[in-house]
Design a protein around this ligand. Structure first.
Ligand code: ADP
Ligand code: MG
Length: 695
C-alpha cells in the first residue's frame, strides 16, 4: 500500500496543489483570503480558476459544479461543462474567475420557508475558498454557500461560516486579555459517522426502506444486540471489502478517514475521520455520506444512514467532536501546563458550560428531526435532555473553585485559578461515560445527539454561536476590569456556580435522571416540534442578530422549513405504512389463512378425530389481528387526510408528533404480531433476521 500517500487527496485541489500550481503572489493572496476570511478579487480569481480548470481536466473532469447544501439536507449540484464554442465549429475548455466565485442556480425549487415569497426567486452560490474544491464523477466541485439575492441564507453552510467568524472574533478578544495576539481562531470538528450495511437484494423488497429509509414493520429476530458481540467485533469479509474501498475513495478526495469498526447493533458500523476546521469537516462529512452510499451499491449493499432503521436495536448517530484552536494549532480546550494557561482554559470551559446551560433549547433544535426523535431517549442514545459530562476529576476541581476549599483529588493541590496548573486529564478518565449528550473528552467536547443522516452544519453553527455569545459577554466584562486577575477569578467562580446544574456525570439513560433533570429545571424537549417551537423565542432572535448569523426572517423561514420537513417525513411514513398493510401484509395473512382453512377442512373430511388445534387457534388469532389491523389502517388513512386539512406548518407538525406518530407505533405492533403468526413462506418482506444478519 505504498501508493496511498500519492493517492491521498489526488482528487482534491488542496493547499499543496495550490502551492504547486499557482504563481507565488497569487497563492499568497489566496492564502490570506482563506486565513482572514476576506473576499477574493477578480484578477486573483481568474488565475485560480484557470489553474483549477487545468488541474481538473488533467484528472479527466469535463464539468464543474457549485456544490452546496440547501435546506433539503442533501447536497445540491448543477453541472456545467467547461466547453465554450469558438464559432468555427470547435470548442475550447474555459473556466473564469467569475464562474468560480459565483453561480446562479434557480433557487425557486429549494425549500426557503417563505423567503422566496418576500424576495427574489433567484439565489446565488458563492465559493467558500476556505474549503477545497474536489473532483467527483468527472466534475470539478466547488464548495459554495447559497444565498438569496438580498443576502438571506438559503443553505446550511452560510450560517456556519458566519458563526465561525463570530466565535473567532470573540475568542481573539479573550486571548488578547491573556496577552496573546491572534488573527483568527478556528472551530474544529471531527465527526464520527455511524451507518448500517444491508444486502441490496433484501433492501429492494422493502418499500419502507426505499421510501422512508427505515423499517416501519418487523418482528424482533431471536437475536438482537444483547450479546454485545458486534461492537468492535471481527469485520465480515464483505463488509471489510466495502470499508477498504470506502477508505480509498475518501482518501482520494482528501478526506482523512482514520478509524473503522463494528458498532453496537448487528450490521452497524462506524467511520471516523481526523478532525479539521468545522466548515471543511462539514463538507467532508456530507461527501462521506454520499460516498458511503455509492460504494455500497458497487458491493450490492445498501448503506442506511437513517437514525433508526430498525426497532429494538441501536440507531445511528454522529458524534460531533468539537473544539476551538488558534491558527498555529493551540487547542483552547486543552488544559494548560502553566497556571496562566490553566486560567485561560477554565475561562473557555466556563464559556462552554454557560453556553450549553443557557441554550439547551438551541442545541436540541440543532439536531431535531423526525428520524432522530426515535433515537433520543430510547435507551441507546442520550435522552432529549441536554446536559454535560465533565468527569469526576474536572467536576471536583470546579467544586473546589466554587467553594474555595482545597481540592482533594488525584491532583493533590488546592485549585486556585491562575496559581496552580491543572492536572492532565487522561482520555480514559474523561471518556468513560458514553451516555452523556455533551461530554468533555480531555481536550474537546463530544456532542453526541446529532443524527446519522443530518448535516453537522446545524449542530456546529449553534455551538459556535452560543459559545461566541458567552465569550463576548466575558470579554465585555473583563476588558473593563481594573484588576484583571481578580475579576477573572470572580467571573469563573460565578459562572461555575450559576451553571452547575447542567453538569451531570451519571447515567443519562436512567429514569431517575429524567426526574432529576426536571428538578434542576432543565428542558426536556421530547419531540422535534416541541423543540422547533422555541427557535423563534426572543432570546434566540436577539442572539442570532447580535452575531450576524440570522435575521428574524431567516430564523422564521428555517423554523418553517424544519416543521414542513418533519411533516413530510411523517406523511410519507404514514402513506407507506398504509400501502404495505393493504397491499402486502393483509393479503399475505389472507393467503396463509386460506391454507389453514383448507387444512382444517381436509382433516375434518378425513376424520373428526384428527386434531386441528394449531390451525384453528392460529386462524382465530390471525383473523382477529387482521381485523384489528384493518381498523387501524382505515383510521390511519383518515388521519392522513386530517393532517392534510390541518392549517399551518406548526399545527401540522404537532398533529404529526402527538397523533400520527403514536398511532403508527400502535399500528405497527399489530402488524408485527401478524408476522410472528404467518408462515415464513408467505411473509411478503425480508425479515429483521435477514436484514440484520444477511450480509
Ligand atoms: P472516540 O473514543 O470517541 O472514538 P477519538 O479519540 O477516536 O474518540 O476521536 C474522535 C474524533 O475526535 C476524531 O474524529 C478526532 O479527529 C476528533 N478530534 C480529536 N481532537 C479534536 C479537536 N481538537 N477538535 C475536534 N475534533 C477532534
Ligand atoms: Mg466518540
Amino acid at each position: 500500500m505504498s501508493r496511498i500517500p500519492e493517492l491521498y487527496a489526488s482528487m482534491c485541489f488542496n493547499d499543496q496543489v495550490m502551492k504547486e500550481r499557482l504563481p507565488e503572489d497569487v497563492y499568497r493572496s489566496l492564502k490570506k483570503t482563506m486565513e482572514q476570511g476576506k473576499s477574493l478579487n477578480k484578477e486573483i480569481a481568474d488565475v485560480v480558476a484557470n489553474a483549477m480548470k487545468e488541474w481538473a481536466i488533467e484528472k479527466g473532469a469535463t464539468h464543474y459544479t457549485h456544490w452546496f447544501q440547501p435546506m433539503t439536507g442533501i447536497t445540491a449540484e448543477k453541472h456545467d461543462s467547461f466547453i465554450s464554442p469558438t464559432g468555427d465549429g470547435k470548442i475550447i475548455m474555459e473556466f473564469s474567475g467569475k464562474e468560480l466565485i459565483k453561480g446562479e442556480p434557480d433557487a425557486s425549487s429549494f425549500p426557503n420557508g417563505g423567503l422566496r415569497a418576500t424576495f427574489e426567486a433567484r439565489g446565488y452560490t458563492a465559493w467558500d475558498p476556505t474549503s477545497y474544491a474536489f473532483i467527483k464523477d468527472d466534475s470539478l466541485c466547488i464548495p459554495t454557500a447559497f444565498c438569496s439575492y438580498t443576502g438571506e441564507a438559503l443553505d446550511k453552510k452560510t450560517p456556519l461560516l458566519r458563526s465561525m467568524e463570530a466565535i473567532s472574533n470573540e475568542a481573539i478578544r479573550i486571548l488578547k486579555l491573556f496577552g496573546k495576539e491572534e488573527k483568527r481562531v478556528l472551530a474544529t470538528v471531527g465527526a464520527e459517522q455511524e451507518y448500517f450495511l444491508i444486502d441490496k437484494k433484501y433492501y429492494d423488497l422493502r418499500k419502507d426502506l426505499i421510501y422512508a429509509g427505515r423499517t416501519l414493520f418487523g418482528a424482533k429476530p431471536p437475536k438482537g444486540q444483547e450479546m454485545d458481540d458486534h461492537y468492535y467485533g471481527t469485520i465480515k469479509p464483505r463488509v471489510s471489502e466495502y470499508m477498504k474501498e470506502l477508505d480509498l475513495e475518501l482518501w482520494k478526495l482528501g478526506i482523512p478517514a482514520k478509524t473503522k469498526h463494528n458498532e453496537a447493533a448487528p450490521a452497524q458500523h462506524e467511520l471516523a475521520p481526523v478532525f479539521t476546521t468545522s466548515n471543511i469537516s462539514t463538507d467532508q462529512n456530507q461527501l462521506t455520506m454520499e460516498v458511503m452510499k455509492k460504494v455500497a451499491e458497487k458491493h450490492d449493499l445498501v448503506c442506511l444512514l437513517h437514525e433508526k432503521p430498525f426497532d429494538g436495536v441501536n440507531g445511528s448517530g454522529k458524534h460531533n467532536n468539537w473544539s476551538i484552536s488558534t491558527m498555529s494549532g493551540m487547542n483552547l480546550l486543552e488544559p494548560g501546563d502553566s497556571p496562566q494557561d490553566n486560567a485561560q482554559f477554565l475561562l473557555f470551559l466556563a464559556a462552554v458550560i454557560k453556553a450549553v446551560d443557557e441554550h439547551q433549547d438551541l442545541l436540541r433544535i440543532s439536531i431535531a428531526s423526525a428520524g432522530n426523535d426515535h433515537r433520543l431517549g430510547a435507551n441507546e442514545a442520550p435522552p432529549a435532555i441536554v446536559s454535560m459530562f465533565l468527569g469526576e476529576e474536572l467536576t471536583g476541581i470546579l467544586e473546589s473553585i466554587i467553594s474555595g476549599e482545597e481540592y482533594v483529588g488525584k491532583a493533590d493541590a488546592q485549585m486556585e485559578i491562575g496559581v496552580h496548573a491543572l492536572p492532565k486529564f487522561p482520555k480514559d478518565s474523561t471518556d468513560r461515560n458514553r451516555t452523556s449528550p455533551f461530554a468533555f473528552t480531555g481536550n474537546k467536547f463530544e456532542f453526541r445527539m446529532v443524527g446519522a443522516s443530518e448535516s453537522i452544519a446545524c449542530a456546529n453553527y449553534i455551538l459556535n454561536t452560543i459559545v461566541a455569545e458567552e465569550l463576548n459577554q466575558f470579554a465585555n466584562h473583563l476588558e473593563k476590569a481594573e484588576d484583571f486577575k481578580k475579576e477573572l477569578n470572580r467571573l469563573i467562580k460565578k459562572t461555575f456556580k450559576e451553571h452547575k446544574r447542567i453538569i451531570f456525570n451519571g447515567n443519562n439513560y436512567s429514569d431517575e435522571w429524567v426526574l432529576e433533570a426536571e428538578r434542576r429545571g432543565l428542558l426536556n424537549l421530547r419531540k422535534t416540534p416541541d423543540a422547533l417551537k422555541l427557535f423563534t423565542d426572543e432570546k434566540n432572535i436577539a442572539l442570532f442578530a447580535k452575531h450576524n448569523i440570522f435575521n428574524q426572517n431567516e430564523i422564521l423561514s428555517r423554523q418553517e422549513i424544519q416543521y414542513e420537513n418533519y411533516v413530510k417525513v411523517i406523511n410519507i411514513e404514514a402513506l407507506t405504512m398504509s400501502d404495505m398493510i393493504r397491499k402486502d401484509i393483509l393479503p399475505a395473512a389472507g393467503v396463509y389463512e386460506k391454507d389453514l382453512i383448507n387444512i382444517i377442512k381436509g382433516k375434518k373430511e378425513i376424520s373428526d378425530k384428527i386434531p386441528v388445534t394449531y390451525e384453528l387457534n392460529t386462524l382465530e388469532r390471525l383473523s382477529s389481528l387482521t381485523d384489528a389491523l384493518f381498523a387501524k389502517v382505515e383510521k390511519l388513512d383518515k388521519l392522513v387526510i386530517a393532517l392534510k386539512n390541518t392549517n399551518g406548518a406548526e399545527e401540522k407538525a404537532f398533529f404529526s408528533s402527538t397523533v400520527l406518530v403514536p398511532f403508527m407505533e400502535e399500528t405497527r405492533k399489530i402488524a408485527d404480531e401478524i408476522e410472528v403468526n404467518v408462515s415464513a413462506k408467505y411473509w411478503p418482506f425480508p425479515t429483521y433476521g435477514e436484514l440484520l444478519y444477511g450480509v
